[in-house]
Design a protein around this ligand. Structure first.
Ligand SMILES: [Zn+2]
Length: 414
């Protein structure tokens, strides 16, 4: 049998966003991810050829965002965890809402979203599945967010597609481990950048900073991704004793997480943490939150969500602080805040007098960890993807394996 492997990135090879890749081997054609780059306007991957199966590693929009669009053309089967399916569904509905409020064309309809949800074939970490005539698929925990997977495809060669992954435990999920393989598709979000400190140190610094802000009479605003980061912060703050308010889509996501406890590091701790939060359900709640001590709210990139309504009220208060814990994509509001001390309030830029600080709470492996992981997988070939700095990984890994850095649209034989 011909075991040649042909791949093409439809997006996201050379950037962090809109990841999608077609892989063809033997009689099998797979689509890995179908993401979008949420921006103004959002950008999308190239259209895919017909495929046998769609594999989705996790719910973040840069991996899952355009999945429903596939259903506007043809039926598909999507292999992912039940949890990823549910969270993606929530994010897809939100994508339509955002497109409408920003005045962009909606990329798909609510019936496409429904079809995507119904076409889910759930798989669990460690589960094996026969695919095509000659291949076996093994799902591995990715340690990135609850429900996230890496995919191993075993035929004549062993292939590993990492998606986003982390090799350090966090409060919300357990770390992943390297998987022995021949061909490694490696994400590189943090290529060229190491996480400077241990998680525990970062947590302590964040708590100390909040303490300082509260003591001087300010409010600490923690803009956080609704999926995983909001919940992690709630767990970090669980025993702090602060008056904390929790707002945005993270509330719904937490409820979904708690229905799928097997994907969590400790469902018990998440439950306890969530019970300590005051939940914002109305404008009345927002009025109370703004007078409290800590607000955890979406969106993490500060491009929308309740965080902007809080910032509108707090923007002239130097006693208050915006404490960022997530990755700030180029051109996002959070990046504008870090670089220029300004925020864009739906088209109007304003100066922010609050203190701004970034704490590295990444859910991705850092530069050295990516290298450590790649080496331990002992591959012959490594395809670098999902990175705007692949050169930083290509150099140290060139003695480990043959390195490929294909661009979007380029077909490569492996
Ligand atoms: Zn991710």
């Amino acid at each position: 049998m011909d075991c040649g492997i042909k791949i093409q990135f439809l997006g996201g090879g050379e950037e962090v966003g809109r990841l999608s890749m077609v892989l063809e081997t033997g009689d099998l054609r797979l689509l890995f991810e179908y993401g979008m780059l949420p921006g103004k306007p959002p950008s999308y991957p190239l259209p895919p050829p017909p495929v046998d199966l769609v594999l989705l590693t996790h719910a973040h929009l840069d991996h899952s965002g355009m999945i429903p669009w596939l259903f506007s053309r043809t039926d598909q089967k999507i292999l992912t965890t039940q949890l990823t399916g549910e969270i993606s569904d929530l994010l897809h509905k939100d994508t339509i809402k955002i497109a409408k409020s920003e005045g962009y064309a909606t990329p798909y309809s609510t019936s496409d979203i429904k079809e995507a949800k119904q076409s889910l074939m759930p798989i669990e970490p460690s589960q094996r599945k026969r695919i095509g005539n000659d291949f076996k698929l093994i799902a591995h925990d990715a340690g990135h967010i609850p429900g996230s997977l890496m995919f191993e495809i075993v035929g004549d060669k062993k292939i590993l597609f990492t998606g986003d992954f982390n090799i350090k435990d966090t409060r919300i999920v357990k770390a992943t481990k390297p998987v022995d393989c021949d061909i490694l598709f490696l994400e590189g979000t943090y290529a060229g950048r190491d996480h400077p400190k241990k998680r525990e140190e970062m947590e302590k610094e964040l708590l100390d900073k909040i303490d300082e802000v509260v003591k001087r009479g300010g409010v600490a605003v923690l803009p956080a991704f609704a999926v995983s980061r909001s919940q992690e912060l709630a767990m970090v703050l669980r025993k702090s004793g602060f008056n904390i308010w929790f707002d945005g889509m993270g509330k719904k996501v937490t409820k979904i997480f708690l229905r799928h406890q097997r994907y969590l590091q400790s469902a018990e701790n998440l439950k306890k943490a969530f019970n300590k939060m005051n939940l914002v359900h109305s404008d009345q709640g927002r009025k109370l939150a703004i007078k409290s001590e800590v607000i955890i709210t979406s969106s993490g990139m500060m491009d929308g969500g309740p965080v902007l309504s809080y910032m509108r009220k707090l923007k002239n208060d130097p006693k208050s602080a915006v404490l960022l814990t997530g990755y700030q994509v180029e051109d996002s509001n959070a990046r504008l805040l870090v670089d220029k001390g300004q925020l864009d309030f739906y088209g109007v830029r304003e100066k922010i007098e609050c203190e701004v600080q970034y704490f590295d709470f990444s859910a991705h492996a850092g530069h050295s960890e990516l290298i450590e992981f790649a080496k331990a997988c002992t591959p012959e070939k490594i395809v670098l993807m999902h990175s705007d700095n692949r050169e930083a990984l290509a150099e140290p890994l060139k003695d480990v394996a043959e390195i490929y850095t294909p661009n979007t649209g380029e077909t490569v034989e492996l």
